[in-house]
Design a protein around this ligand. Sequence first.
Ligand code: HEM
Length: 407
Amino acid sequence: MTASDLTVGPARRGVLASAVGAAGAAALAGWTAGAPHPAANDPGPDPRLAAAGATRPFRGARQAGIADSPQTYAAFVALDLAGAVDATVVRRLLTVLTDDIDRLMAGRGPLTDQEPELAGVPAALTLTVGIGPRVVAGVGAPAPAWLAPLPPFTVDRLEERWSGTDLLLQVCANSPTTVAHAQRRLLTGLAPLTTLRWVQRGFREPHEGPGLPMRNLFGQVDGTVQPDVHGLDEALLWCGGDQPAWLREGSALVLRRIRMNLDTWDQVDRLSRENAIGRRLDTGAPVTAPPGADALAPPDLDAQDSLGFHIIDDGAHLRRAHAQAPHERFLRRPYSYDDPPAPGELSDSGLLFAAFMADPVRQFVPVQQRLAEKDLLNIWTTPVGSAVFAILPGAREGEILGEALLA
Ligand code: HEM
């Protein structure tokens, strides 16, 4: 043993000191070993260990990673199939994927995993698979009309490198190591059949909770108004009988990469920032709500000030994005991104605006159209990427993903 092996750092010294302290206190109080006593200094099982071991179910009618609560870290991974696309290739691909996902989500490494210890920390991992129009055409299945690039919007400054692809893997977990490992295992498993087009990585607030909701990089409480996808609004999220049969219990993902200009946002005072969205920055409550209200307080779109102007600005994001018909709603599951900036710039930040729904043309396009026409947020935001994917139904026990697509 060397001298350095014996070195006790400040943290360990603290632990030793408190252990000695506890023993001393116990002796003084006359407790004997074995007698039950309150372990004042025992923090109990580390809750992080339980969180690291958390798994979400893979098998079922619907895929995970959609209606379940968003994890802290995400990678959206887009691939193209190498070569011609036919049913044999797609079956091979989905068979490999299904097996790898089944194992990874359960905390086990895929067969070829050389780092199974990393797979052993599933951290609520979900792996969600979507496909593009070339795959549907390749297997000879009918495609839904919405499985195509969105129409162009005046605000778009789209870069080809973030566009739609054949295959989309959404990798989400509460550990960035888990995300990185799962992503790599899936990519190596698919390597003979695919080429990687892009990866978009995002994060949310790790300490999210009632007091600390998701905030985007503008500091706004984000993701408050959502359809009730576990109840009344289920049909807004999952494909039903009006869609091709292979999509039933599947969904659609619209993924927009929206750059947020933090430099110009920095120049705006707090009142103007709140006016742009129609909500307070501290609580996320609508600007029309009484003091002390929280984010869930309903907005009053008709409220006027003494001069007769709407209190929620006519161009406020809340007003413009607000559904004007019951079907103009979808589930937003956004992640922030903060990538290394280009030389000479201070940031490359924004939102990976991920939204799930049954039919993007019917539900999403009218809202995006309204926002493109007028939305104060457009001053600081620019869509630079856009892609639409069909999210496959889930794989029940004994099935592969896309079983109905290949039937
Ligand atoms: C970087 C871009 C964006 C930012 C920073 C942003 C931010 C926000 C914030 C802070 C809210 C209020 C809280 C909430 O209800 O979640 C909100 C609401 C909303 N946003 Fe966005 N958003 C962005 C882009 C979009 C896009 C592209 C769409 C759809 C085309 C959209 C649709 C909505 C909807 C539907 C609501 C709820 C409106 C309501 O109150 O009924 N947002 N957004």
